[in-house]
Design a protein around this ligand. Structure first.
Ligand SMILES: [Zn+2]
Ligand SMILES: [Zn+2]
Length: 350
């Protein structure tokens, strides 16, 4: 036995001595492999042996420092699935060998009113998995046990990976803003987020309309549960859908004609953004005041939200459509994601 391998030798409190990661040293740089030494595991930390990790558009934004908060060298990857390989001495909630997921958030204060009410993602001291710490494009990852979410047996690890960010990003707002089965819902954008949102809403019993620029994804959207489809390019289909929807989930990261989308809401309807538009929002005040409409933001919620989303996905057969790549083919996979060729999520496998 050598001192560098971990699992069989010392499951409690120690963990790996060396972690291999894929890292970008600057904007526009290819990812390269790097090994770094780590010390003993913290009392509340868990180490997982990464089996799968998704590629999310936020990883690309972080690699390119689009949000001006990247610290290089960055190790991306925040749709992480693995098995517990070592436990901190104070961790009672998980067991060695258990399958868990880690998403966008990796830490919070643990003591504020938001943490105490199970809304850790609203904590002022939340820590993000790929900001100032190392993400899941790696062989091992460490984080606070509170953010490691058990994966239900019915969900394969490759499918579970995109659920850890894309899945919970679209599922959490449906719960937070009270979407119920009697509602007419629309999903804007048929990509990694949108194709999951259509499934969640359909399985919740809502009437679902998918909205995309062209009709090219209509058949797929209908197979996933949409009963209507609206194409916006060179058409007035959206304008003709005025006062149609109780809840519109915008998954695209683009400037879209907000007035038309507000107009598509029924009175008391909600327009919820999970994609990030390029420009600040400008909405006509009367279009929200008179019909009492709401414009809100949504995001991947707490570990509790992720657990509820996974339970729902297992129960109702909600699964991402994925393309698989070896972790070592990371740069090839990234290029495909950048070119928008992946339908609909890329997953890296160790
Ligand atoms: Zn993400
Ligand atoms: Zn807190």
């Amino acid at each position: 036995m050598t001192a560098s391998t971990t699992l069989e030798q010392s499951p409690i409190g120690v963990g790996a001595s060396i972690i291999n990661v894929y890292t970008a040293r600057g904007s526009g740089q290819p990812l390269e492999i790097m090994a770094y030494k780590v010390g003993p595991l913290g009392d509340r930390e868990v180490e997982i042996k990464v089996t799968h990790c998704g590629i999310c558009h936020s990883d690309l934004s972080m690699i390119e420092n689009e949000w001006h908060m990247t610290r290089y060298p960055i190790v991306p990857g925040h749709e992480i699935i693995g098995t517990v390989s070592a436990l901190g001495r104070g961790v009672r909630s998980l067991a060695i060998g258990q399958r868990v997921g880690l998403g966008w958030q990796s830490g919070s204060c643990g003591g504020c009113e938001w943490c105490a009410s199970g809304k850790e993602h609203l904590c002022a001291q939340e820590e993000w998995t790929i900001v100032g710490r190392n993400g899941g494009w790696a062989d091992f990852v460490r984080a606070d046990a509170r953010f490691m979410v058990p994966i239900p047996n019915g969900i394969a690890s490759a499918d579970a990976a995109p659920l850890m960010c894309a899945g919970t990003t679209v599922f959490s707002p449906l719960a937070h803003y009270g979407v119920v089965s009697s509602m007419r819902a629309a999903v804007v954008g048929m990509g990694g987020l949108g194709h999951l949102a259509v499934q969640f809403l359909a399985k919740m019993g809502c009437e679902v309309t998918a909205i995309s620029s062209t009709h090219s994804k209509e058949e797929e959207a209908r197979q996933l549960g949409a009963s209507r489809f609206i194409a916006t390019k060179n058409s007035d289909e959206l304008q003709r859908a005025a006062r149609s929807f109780d809840f519109v989930l915008v998954t695209v990261s683009a400037d879209i004609p907000w007035q038309d989308y507000l107009g598509a809401l029924r009175p008391e309807g909600t327009l919820c953004l999970v994609g990030i538009p390029e420009s600040d929002l400008k909405v006509p005040p009367f279009d929200i005041i008179l019909p009492e409409r709401r414009v809100v933001g949504g995001r991947a919620g707490s570990p509790g939200d992720a657990a509820r989303m996974l339970h729902f996905a297992a129960q109702h057969g909600v699964r991402p459509m994925i393309e698989r790549f070896k972790m070592s083919d990371l740069n090839t996979a990234l290029a495909r994601v950048r070119e928008g060729k992946v339908r609909y999520r890329a997953v890296l496998e160790n």
